[in-house]
Each structure stands twice: as structure tokens, then as C-alpha cells.
Design a protein around this ligand. Sequence first.
Ligand code: GLV
Ligand code: MN
Ligand code: MN
Length: 433
Amino acid sequence: MKFNFDHEPELASVQLLEKDIEIQIDKERVSDELKKLATFSDAELPAVTRILYTPKDIEARAYLISLFEEAGLSVRVDAIGNIFARWEGENPELPAIATGSHFDALPLAGQYDGTVGILGALEAIRSLKKTGYTPKRSIEILAFTSEEPTRFKLGCVGSRMLEGSLDPKTACELTDDDGLDFDTIRKNAGFSGDLSSVKLKPGHYSYFLELHTEQGPILEEEGTDVGIVTSIAAPSTIHITLEGDGGHAGAVLMPERNDTACAGAEITLLIESLTSELGGEDTVATVGIFNNGPGAVNSIPRNTFLAVDIRDVYADRRDAILETLETRVAEICERRGVRGKCTLINKDYPAQCSDELIDKLEEQANEMGITSKRMISRAYHDCLFMAHIVPSAMLFVPCYKGYSHRPEEYASPDQIEKGVRVIAGTLRDLSKD
Ligand code: GLV
Ligand code: MN
Ligand code: MN
């Protein structure tokens, strides 16, 4: 066989463009942008509170859009405010690769939950552009509307509607604590399109990747650079309302009372014990809201509201707890003479991440000398809903002591840089044909 040596240098430079040009992440820039985004908050730094459709949420949106536009991405916003920032590929008709996360923050939370996945995705695209790479398939950043359940007591409103399990009629029935409905609030915030246009058509995207902080301590404790998520636990939310007769805290003797706070306390402990009896290592349950009325030290509680969150990676195991819970709550209420009602708000399905993407993320990390481990996500994410309609995966970066949903949440620029580099390499690999 005769080699044509004239062609060899050309071949080598093609190979270099395809794969070997080093991806350089500007970690200071990501860090500065995370800090700036954190200033759009109703709480004082380092805490962040950014609730859906409030003025701070709107300001954060404008900031993100300005960064996307500066990076040369074309921006679209849907009827509920999900933001899509697109790097158009050479074959725009091919389903794009999506990547992103959320930018809302629950009350007195931190600066990294969700935001790392948006600003990290942006930096991944900027770093790929810098190498001279042009994707065949478009790459789109998704900044999801409201992953946290704060305003409407339902998490992942944006990704639920994109996936379709939250339909427009049910969305319009959601109300916030002031009794305002979802539709009115979103319109007042300037989002007025047709709600039925939000759901994505089948095959709209080819893949979805979400970069996120681990929100747990494992990676940091083990000194592992990134976590590759294999499955995502699914939450269920139950609201329990209890009604009693209340009365004077001094005058009503103990046997005469039907104190709803006591019933609520018994139910809370029941939830804890049912979870260890019926659940496994990955089953968790939380009574995150426990409000008593009328709320005076000398008045017996006569209204109690509990919001309960029960999660597992196995839906059957979680659902066994749910079924038992309702019967046992009824027994407690009957014994205590309290009128009780359990309402199931959501019962979501766990997600399996795509084996293909898990392998690709692992391969990228190995090639870059970045250590990784496979793990499950006990927290839920927009990826939970995206995974139901498109092959999806998540990449975790370590965070300080595993802290999340609190102001001390922190991931270092070096930790974030490694995650962004793996995402960038994987996006390049997925978008090249
Ligand atoms: C999301 O923030 C969750 O509660 O898992
Ligand atoms: Mn969160
Ligand atoms: Mn999050």
C-alpha cells in the first residue's frame, strides 16, 4: 500500500479540531457570574431567596438573557418563562442537545443550587466556541421556570409543563399563599402566551444533561471530582389538614381537647417510623411545613396544616408508605376527635438516566483525568421530568459539607470547573454528528 504523505498533516489537524483541542474553562468568570446572579435576591447575602415571578426573579431572568445574548446565543422564552438559549448547529433541523437547570431559590437558600447548571452550561458553550468548534447539532441551554415548590407548593413547574404531566388546566388551578392563581400571576409577570404551547413535541431534543451540585457530602468526603447520576428519586407530596374545636388554654381540661397540634405531632412521628419500617436506605420523609392556628400561646390549636414530602428511587416502596399513611392518619384523627383530610398533591415517577449518556460522561471524565463515581440523586431535579421524554443524565460536583438549601451552600471554582469541563466535552461529543 502506498501512503500519500502529503495528506498526513491535514488529517492530523482535522483530528485535532474534532477532539484534542483542550477545553479551557474560565472559572473566575463563572464564579463572578454566580456571585452576580446571587444579588438578585430578597434575602441578604450570603442567603438567597428568589421566588417565581417576583421582581427579583424577573431581574435574574434579564441578567441571564443578557449573558446568553452576549455569548451569541439566540434566546426564546415560552409562555411560562422557561428560557431557551440556542447555539445553532450546522444542521439546525436535527433535534438539539439540551442542557441546563433552574435559577429560583427557596427562602434563605444558597447561591449554587441550580445556578451552577445554567452558568456552567453557558461557560461550556463559550469554552467550545473558543476552541473553534462548530456543532452539527444545535446546543440549547434551558433555564427552567421554578424548580422549587415554594410559590405553588409544587416543584418543577417549568419542566413538568415541558414534559406534559402538568397540563394547562391543572396549572391554572395552582394558587399561591395569597390565593392568587398561577395564570394571573404569570400574566402579571409578563408571560402571556398560550399555555398549551409549552409542552414539548416528542423528539424535540436528542439528549438532556443537567449539571448540579451534589447537595450531599459523598463526593467531598471521598475526594471524588464528579458524580454521574444513574437514577433520580421521585417525590410525593401530601397535604394534611386537621381541624379541631380549639378553646381556652387554661379553661379546657386535657380530656376535653381535640388539639390539632398534638395530632399533627403524632402524625409527624408516625411518618418517621413508617419510613424506617417500610422504606429502605434511600427512602426519606420530611414534614417540611407544620403550621398551627390560630397561633396564640393561650389558645388551643384548632387548625393544623402539614406538608409532607416522601421520596424514593423505588416508586412501589414509597407508595406502600403513602397507602399506609392515609389509614393510620384516619385512626389518629378518630382517636383524638380531630377532623382530618389527606390530599395527594403529586406522586412522581423516579427516573433512570440514559446508559449511553452515563457511559459518555464517564468516558469524558476518564479522558480528562477527572475522577468520577456513579451515584443516585436523592434530591429531585428538572432532569427527573426531562428524563421521561428524552435520554437524560446528570453530573454532580461536590459541595462544601454537602450543604444545600441553606446560605452556607458552596462549591469551589475548581470543583465547578471540572464539572463544566466534562459537560463541555460531552456536549462536543454529542453534537458532532
Ligand atoms: C429540590 O430542590 C428538591 O427538593 O429535591
Ligand atoms: Mn433545591
Ligand atoms: Mn436544584
